[in-house]
Design a binder for this molecule. Structure first.
Ligand code: LLP
Length: 416
C-alpha cells in the first residue's frame, strides 16, 4: 500500500519518492503534511484508465484537499473541478483552472455564491431544491444570464458506509426527492433563466460495493428517460464521487476497475457525457502527516501513551468517524509496543490510534500518520489555539513548501 503511493522505506527510513521524511521534518518542522505529487497523478490516471471506455469528464472534488498545488497538479493533467462553495470556487480559479471545467454544488448556496458561480462562467450549477432553483433563476435574470443547471436527485439508495457520509437516502438533506420531480421539470418550463442540462447524484463516500452505484445509476437513468420524453436536452450525467480507498491493509478497498466493469456497460451509448467527482480516491493516500513524539507515559494499569505534536486539529477523522489510520515509525525499529497515539488537544477524542502495535520509538522520534491526503487539512481547525501546519509537496527528489505554517499573529489577524 505504501509503495504504490510513493511512500516507502529506504535504508530503514521512510521516504516520499526519493526524499527522506526525517530530513523534511528537520527542514520544515512538525506537524507537517507531506504530499506526493506522483501519487496524485497516478491515482487520477488510473481512474481515467478504468473509465476510458466511456465519454466522461472527471471533476476532482476539491473538498477532499483544496491546497492550490494539489488542484493545480490535477488540472495540469486535464482534470475538472467539483466545488462546493464560493470559497472552493475561488480556490479552483486561483489554481488556474478554466471556469468552464468547474461544476458548482452545495445544498445551501447563498445568492452571493450563485452570482459568483454565474459570473465566473462555471460549466454547471447543481441544485438540490425547488427553492434554490427559484433563487438561481432570480439571480440569473438579474445578471441577464441563462443558468446551466444540473439537478441533484436523491435516489433513495442507502449505501453501506459510515452514517455521517451516506447521502443518497431519503432521511438525508441531500438531493431532490423523486416525488418532487414533476414540479421541478415544470419549473424549467416556466422559469425563463434556467436551462436543464444535467442530472446528478452522489450517494456517499468510501463505498465498497459497486451494487449501490448500479442501483442508484439505474434510478438516474429512469429520470433521464423521463426528462427526454419531456423534451429536455440532457448533456451531462453526473454520478458523483465516493469511490473507496484502503486505509487499513486488513480491509483493502474494492479496485476501481470493479466499479468501471459495472458502470461502463450501463452508461455507454446513452448520448450523455458522464461526470465523476472523485475526491478521496485521488487524494487520500497521496499524503502523510508527520508528527514528533513529544512524550511517552505509562499509567498504573499498564497503558502506554505516545503523546505527539499533531492532533485532532490536523486529522479529525478518527474522532469524528472512528476511522482507522495507519501510524508508522519514520525510522524502523526492531521491537514494538502496544500504545495509544494521542495528540495535545484537550479532548479525550484527540487520538490517532488506540491499543495499536507500534514501533518502540523514543521521545523526539517521528511517526507518520498515513492516508491524510483527503479530509484532513481541509477539516483542520485552530481549536486550542493551534497553528495550521505547513504542507510540502514532493516530486521525485524535490520537496517544495506549498503552504507555510501559520503564525500566532495570523491567529488574531481578523479580530478587532
Ligand atoms: N461529490 C459530492 C457531491 C460530495 O458531497 C462528495 C463528498 C464528493 C463528491 C467526493 O466524495 P469522495 O469521492 O471523496 O468520497 N469528511 C468525510 C467525507 C465527506 C464526504 C463529503 N462529500 C470523511 O473524512 O470521510
Amino acid at each position: 500500500m505504501l509503495d504504490s503511493h510513493f511512500f516507502s522505506y529506504s535504508d530503514g527510513t521512510l521516504c516520499c519518492d526519493e526524499v527522506r521524511l526525517d530530513g523534511l521534518a528537520e527542514q520544515f518542522g512538525t506537524p507537517l503534511y507531506v504530499i506526493s505529487r506522483q501519487s496524485l497523478i497516478n491515482q487520477f490516471r488510473s481512474f481515467e484508465a478504468a473509465f476510458a471506455g466511456l465519454p466522461h469528464f472527471t471533476c476532482y472534488s476539491v473538498k477532499a484537499n483544496f491546497n492550490l498545488s494539489v488542484i493545480r497538479t490535477l488540472v495540469d493533467e486535464g482534470c475538472g473541478c467539483d466545488v462546493n462553495s464560493g470559497g472552493e470556487l475561488f480556490r479552483a480559479l486561483k489554481a488556474g483552472i478554466s471556469p468552464d471545467k468547474i461544476i458548482m454544488a452545495g445544498v445551501g448556496k447563498t445568492e452571493q455564491e450563485i452570482e459568483y458561480g454565474l459570473n465566473s462562467g462555471v460549466l454547471l450549477l447543481k441544485s438540490e431544491s425547488v427553492s434554490e432553483l427559484k433563487a438561481i433563476d432570480r439571480v440569473a435574470g438579474r445578471l441577464g444570464k441563462k443558468a446551466n443547471v444540473a439537478i441533484r436527485i436523491n435516489p433513495n439508495v442507502t449505501a453501506e458506509t459510515h452514517p455521517y457520509i451516506t447521502t443518497g437516502d431519503s432521511k438525508e438533506k441531500f438531493g431532490i426527492d423523486e416525488a418532487e420531480l414533476g414540479e421541478v421539470f415544470g419549473l424549467f418550463r416556466t422559469l425563463p433563466n434556467l436551462s436543464l442540462d444535467g442530472l446528478d447524484m452522489h450517494i456517499g463516500s468510501q463505498i465498497f460495493d459497486p451494487e449501490y452505484y448500479v442501483a442508484a445509476t439505474q434510478k438516474l437513468l429512469d429520470v433521464l428517460d423521463t426528462a427526454r420524453l419531456l423534451g429536455f436536452d440532457i448533456k451531462w450525467f453526473d454520478i458523483g464521487g465516493g469511490f473507496p480507498v484502503t486505509y487499513d491493509p486488513q480491509k483493502p478497498a474494492t479496485p476501481i476497475d470493479r466499479f468501471a466493469e459495472k458502470l461502463v456497460p450501463m452508461l455507454d451509448g446513452r448520448g450523455v457525457t458522464v461526470i465523476f467527482e472523485p475526491g478521496r480516491f485521488i487524494a487520500a493516500n497521496s499524503s502523510v502527516l508527520l508528527t514528533k513524539v513529544l512524550y511517552r507515559k505509562r499509567n498504573h494499569v499498564g497503558k502506554e501513551f505516545f503523546i505527539v505534536d499533531a492532533g485532532m486539529t490536523e486529522l479529525i477523522r478518527p474522532a469524528l468517524y472512528q476511522s482507522h489510520h495507519e501510524v508508522i515509525s519514520v525510522k524502523r525499529h526492531e521491537d514494538s509496543v502496544t500504545a495509544d497515539v494521542v495528540g495535545p488537544v484537550c479532548e479525550s477524542s484527540d487520538f490517532f490510534a488506540r491499543q495499536r502495535m507500534i514501533d518502540n520509538v523514543r521521545e523526539g522520534e517521528l511517526l507518520a500518520v498515513l492516508s491524510t491526503g483527503a479530509y484532513a487539512a481541509v477539516m483542520g481547525s485552530n481549536y486550542n489555539g493551534r497553528l495550521r501546519p505547513a504542507e510540502v509537496m514532493v516530486d521525485g527528489g524535490e520537496a517544495k513548501l506549498v503552504r507555510r505554517r501559520e503564525t500566532y499573529e495570523q491567529l488574531v489577524q481578523n479580530e478587532v
